[in-house]
Design a protein around this ligand. Structure first.
Ligand code: ARG
Ligand code: ZN
Length: 416
């Protein structure tokens, strides 16, 4: 009887998982305003999941547009694109195959935590506790809030303990649920920090002089949902009366030109800005924490994927940031350091001109609060796998990204 009940539960849980059989990802290259109009019409007429940019209103002439469409629409889209002579290619022929292929790591880790695999929230949560208890002289943890579904948001503060207050760098990962390489990087960073402290001169100086405060998964509810229900989920999982659509885009929910551009006020959109700035409890928790620690936080780093970009303010306006030239040269130095390892090319610049204007982002908000060194990373790749970056790329991606983060940190330290 118990076994039957259990089987029943498993069947129900499995039935809810979204599969992507026969679904495709197209890369469109609109060359004319007419092409742009066709893409926008397409987005209205059928269900299109925008991978890059994240919403149809951000589509522009001569920019790549990656969209994921249902199996039922795949042929229609194909025909439509051919008829309208809109240049395109098929990036992913069968999305379910790509989902199945992302977990390709053959690495067996001698340790309990495997940094070369994507880890469930359950594993990451246990890892947060064990990292803190195993490294008491270097790591302390603090709960900064609770997610909509009631999960604890815990930051790890890494640095040599000191009696005086130290300046700090805030690093978060996993604002967007489906960008799995991002939380993998935060875990990698913490492990590198504790295992190279004392042997690597740069890391040692950094952690002696400063603290790095790491939030490994910002949008935990969304991340869990990408494991249990829908791999392509982006937003939070908040529910509100009056709409059956779930969640808001946490990176459109910060109080920086909130919902003025590149965001949607439609709760069903993937770039929904929320009912007001900081309506999402996760955003409020992070913003409160940074406000409280405003005097010590010297840099804000946030990690997304994909596109291989190093962005800095502004995104809510085309105006150049007050510290534009310094931010640009640090970004270029960081991108150069990153490239030195495996030749991976990054593009640097302000969000608005480098990709598209989009308000309500954490980087702009932190910058306007007074955190000068505010950067958004968009990690690998440029679209071959997109959000489904294979596990075999976790190691090289994290290794090269470490070089960029350390470059920025060294600059921050030098300019305290
Ligand atoms: N792809 C990221 C997003 O759309 C880029 C963030 C850049 N910063 C910003 N404030 N829009 O959320
Ligand atoms: Zn993102």
């Amino acid at each position: 009887m118990k076994v039957l009940l259990l089987l029943g539960f498993v069947a129900v849980a499995l039935a809810e998982v979204t599969r992507f059989d026969g679904e495709k990802v197209f890369r469109l290259r609109p060359r004319t305003e007419e092409h742009v109009a066709i893409i926008k019409e397409m987005a209205e007429g059928m269900e299109v999941d925008f991978w890059n940019p994240e919403s149809p209103d951000l589509v522009d002439v001569d920019s790549d547009v990656d969209i994921h469409v249902n199996a039922a629409y795949a042929d229609i889209v194909d025909n439509l694109l051919q008829q309208s002579e809109l240049p395109y290619e098929v990036l992913v022929d069968d999305l379910q195959d790509a989902v199945d292929a992302q977990m390709d790591s053959q690495e067996i880790s001698p340790r309990s935590h495997n940094y070369m695999k994507y880890n469930t929230w359950e594993k990451i949560e246990a890892w947060i506790s064990s990292m803190a208890s195993a490294n008491p002289s270097l790591i302390s943890k603090q709960v900064i809030g609770t997610t909509f579904e009631g999960r604890s948001m815990t930051v790890l503060k890494i640095g040599k303990k000191s009696s005086s207050t130290k300046p700090a760098i805030f690093l978060d990962c996993g604002i967007h649920a489906r960008e799995w390489i991002s939380p993998a990087f935060c875990q990698w960073f913490v492990n590198e920090a504790v295992s190279t402290y004392g042997s690597d001169a740069e890391m040692t100086t950094l952690l002696d002089q400063m603290d790095v405060i790491v939030l490994p998964v910002f949008n935990i509810d969304g991340y869990v949902y990408t494991w249990t229900n829908n791999r392509m989920w982006r937003k939070t999982r908040s529910r509100r009366p009056g709409s059956s659509c779930v969640g808001a885009d946490p990176n459109r929910n910060f109080d920086a030109g909130w919902c003025t551009t590149g965001a949607s006020s439609n709760p069903c959109s993937d770039t929904y800005c929320g009912s007001k700035a900081e309506s999402e409890v996760e955003v409020k928790a992070v913003a409160d924490f940074i406000r409280q620690n405003r005097s010590i936080i010297k840099a804000y780093l946030t990690v997304h994927s994909y596109s291989q970009l190093l962005l800095f303010p502004y995104s809510y306006t085309y105006q150049l940031a007050e510290h534009h030239s310094e931010l640009m040269s640090v970004a270029e130095g960081a991108a150069k350091a990153l490239r030195s390892l495996y030749g991976t090319r990054y593009t640097s610049g302000p969000g608005a001109t480098t990709i598209y204007p989009a308000a309500g982002g954490s980087d702009d908000w932190a910058y306007d609060l007074g955190v000068k060194y505010s950067y958004t990373f968009e990690l690998r790749d440029t679209g071959r796998y997109g959000f489904l970056l294979p596990e075999s790329q976790i190691k090289p991606t994290c290794e090269e990204t470490m070089l960029a983060v350390k470059y920025i940190a060294a600059h921050v330290l030098k300019n305290l």
